[in-house]
Design a protein around this ligand. Sequence first.
Ligand code: AMP
Ligand code: MG
Length: 317
Amino acid sequence: MITSSPEILSDTAASHAHLAKLLRNGGLVAFPTETVYGLGADACDDRAVARIYEAKGRPSFNPLIVHFADLETLRQHVVWRPEADVLAQAYWPGPLTLVLKRQPDSPISPLVSAGLETLAVRLPAHDTARAVLRAFGGGVAAPSANRSGQISPTQAGHVRDSLGARVDAILDGGSCKVGVESTIVGLVDKPVLLRPGGITEDELAQTLGRHLAVRHKAEAISAPGQLMSHYAPDSLVRLNATEWEPNELRLGFGEVECDLNLSESEDLVEAAANLFDYLHQLDARQAGTIAVSPIPHEGLGIAINDRLSRAAAPRDS
Ligand code: AMP
Ligand code: MG
């Protein structure tokens, strides 16, 4: 249903339950965290996650942070590490995000991590965020609740002004205290500071009892596409295919005969929801080449084409 403006709800238990219900039904909801207002969707729901990218109007698929109410649920989705225990005890709930290897059988949508085999997770400290997450029970993927390129929202009104009816409901929990983003630490290999934030490098080093490698400014994760280069299919990728060559695997869009179809009805949200899963599936069949139908360069199609052209780009080695 299209409405002209989203519901703005007061911070009550009934509202927390209502947001949880919207999340379970694939909705997008905005709520305050200790950093900024987040735009949340059920992290396990491919379509709901695709709607986050659509609502933000991002030209590419940046991986998203998944928020949880409790450590036990969070740990089901990642490969846990001793250093993660130390950091979790010191800083959670709070503005620290850990990037860990994904559990291979985790039901979290591959679109959340833009096809990477890692997952960014955290337990937020904000009471309202925790109440919504508890009422929902599972992981909520939530980037800042603003259109791409606009300032991060620290009040419910900012979210309404930026996203309008693209969000189903906004929970008004007042102003966020500090608009500083969470500190991100990678724990896939040795500990790496991926993004500075409220918790400093010195504090982290002291807690861990060792230095962290620091990702160089020039290759900061915010640099467009930096992370995307980490996942490239083994197969070659041929774009804008309107005819198929023999031996190619066919990734279609629209009414075409193909091996897997991103969306027969040319629905870009459905196509985005299927993108990473289908690329992985075709790649696993070791075709040599995956040929992809043309995708319109509009709305979510911009991010889909961005991702596909990276997959099709010549490889460094
Ligand atoms: P935001 O939600 O706006 O605070 O941004 C999320 C940040 O987390 C982005 O800078 C992402 O690049 C980063 N991030 C999310 N997932 C991963 C991941 N799997 N590996 C590395 N960085 C990640
Ligand atoms: Mg942002």
